[in-house]
Write a protein that binds this ligand. Sequence first.
Ligand code: UT7
Length: 324
Amino acid sequence: MSGSRLLGTGSALPRQVVTNAQLAERVDTSDEWIVTRTGIRQRHIAGEGETTATLATAAARAALADAGVDAASIGLIVLATATPDNTFPATATKVQAALGCNGGIAFDVAAVCSGFLYALATADSLLRTGMAKRALVIGAETFSRILDWEDRTTCVLFGDGAGAVVLEAPSAEHPDRNAPGIIASKLHADGAQHDLLYVDGGPSSTQTVGHVRMRGSEVFRHAVVNLSDVLMEVLAETGFSASDIDWVVPHQANARILDATARKLGIAPEKVIVTVDRHANTSAASVPLALDVARKDGRIKSGDLVMLEAMGGGFTWGASLIRM
Ligand code: UT7
């Protein structure tokens, strides 16, 4: 049976843009180092009144408008974030209240940068079983609030934002692999790599929020291997080949990871959607943000075969193949 159909996308970014040059006034770094090592030129940083929930709600509203559906028809909200407004309740419930579609299912997913892939696969599974008819799947983050602004090895890498998609349950059996919908998703985690990318605080351990800590070059190495492996796994399962893919929408951590992964798979660089230059790494928001950018600028069209992929803290990683 084919998977849930994607009816619309939306995104939201904080008003404030911070350039590399502005960061170089705060920490010992340079525009040249950041651009050559990461491809990042600027990032959006949440200001007063902007939180993960407000960004998520704005992205959700944009996705609903794009899909042309009413919030009242949403029976499921799955929100991926590592930076919730509160330890509990789930930020998804704040979005639900803001949209006025109370009564359905709403919960958060914590898989950091792979969060959107985890959320999408979870929502798709719930829709396939009939738990709801329509879902909002959101990736939303305010990583600026868990960065150590004295640590140049991490604070230059991240930004804030949100992206959302509206999904609809599959209506009939569709053995046709060209039917629109999520064709396959694969998720993985390797908890043994926990210490390479984590936050050094939490309610139960330190009673503080903590700051992001990362051994960047080791994460980089794992990212290229894990991402190319999971892409191959999805292709092998579905019978498609790399040349069938119209667009890859990757997690936007580092332009060099995007290049290396595409090269390893033999995918032309012009088929890879890149937003890391403008948004930096927005963790769970980066894939739906990039997807929305590429749909709205006309690159990704109906009927295109699109591969989403991400890897992050845990480690967690995953990929989804979608016919738009
Ligand atoms: O989203 C989840 C997944 N996350 C990722 O995928 C991130 C993966 N990692 C990366 O993107 C890269 O490893 C980084 C961009 C984080 C770092 O790039 P790198 O080429 O791996 O650099 P490095 O960590 O090996 O550091 C090289 C040098 C070091 O100096 P020494 O020890 O060689 O003297 C760092 O101290 O660059 C120095 N450095 C900086 N210099 C200027 C580190 N950060 C900065 C900085 N400005 N902001």
